[in-house]
Design a protein around this ligand. Structure first.
Ligand code: IMP
Length: 194
């Protein structure tokens, strides 16, 4: 089955390709020649996930799913959350985002946080939403080169290494996106689309 993933984020695309069974082919926005930047004007992950999926559904008439995800830090009242990619400004600079978080967390010991991912799916005239979450802690140094975004500063609960150190095989077993995509696949199977 072909699935359109309404994202330009190639890290997310390559994660999803590894997460779904081989019988599913994932196509990104680039693959369907959509190079437009979809404006994420929502104030929650749920709203932004819907905005991205709706854009593709109504502009191209295609079934698709989207993911809006972010890092929610308890000591920062859930920030950066929906602003995760552009926390330090519209240029979406990852290093600056991390520096900003460290500055705001100064003095907080082993801050607790979670990654949350919300999927929005358009399928045969119906819409569905799924959520995945992984709890953990922020550290004040970058460790590991795997993954993207905040992976080098996030240690998932039950581990002593960051997502950046654990690598994609372990991340894809426990991550927020892994949990949301499992719900997506379960639904597609229930609808007998596999
Ligand atoms: P989105 O593309 O608007 O959903 O923004 C997601 C942003 O949240 C990314 O640019 C990262 O900064 C952060 N993020 C989401 N998922 C992950 C992850 O799995 N690892 C690290 N950072 C993530």
């Amino acid at each position: 089955m072909n699935l359109i993933f309404a994202t330009h984020n190639q890290h997310k695309v390559s994660e999803l390709k590894k997460l779904v069974p081989k019988s599913y082919s994932i196509f990104s926005l680039k693959d369907i020649c959509c190079f437009n930047e979809i404006e994420e004007t929502g104030s929650t992950l749920e709203e932004n996930a819907q905005i991205k999926a709706d854009y593709i559904r109504y502009k191209f008439g295609l079934d698709c799913f989207s993911d809006d995800s972010g890092l929610e830090i308890d000591a920062l009242n859930g920030y950066p959350g929906v602003f995760s990619s552009r926390y330090a400004g519209p240029k979406k600079n990852n290093d600056l985002n991390i520096q900003k978080i460290w500055a705001e967390l100064k003095g907080v010991k082993y801050p607790s946080a979670s990654f949350r991912s919300v999927f929005h799916l358009h399928l045969s005239g119906k819409t569905y939403s799924f959520e995945g979450r992984v709890n953990g802690n922020i550290i004040f140094e970058k460790r590991g080169n795997s993954g993207f975004g905040y992976d080098p500063i996030f240690i998932p609960k039950g581990f002593n290494k960051t997502f950046g150190e654990l690598g994609c095989e372990i991340k894809n077993k426990i991550s927020h996106r892994a949990k949301a995509s499992k719900k997506l696949i379960d639904l597609l199977r229930k609808c007998r689309i596999d």
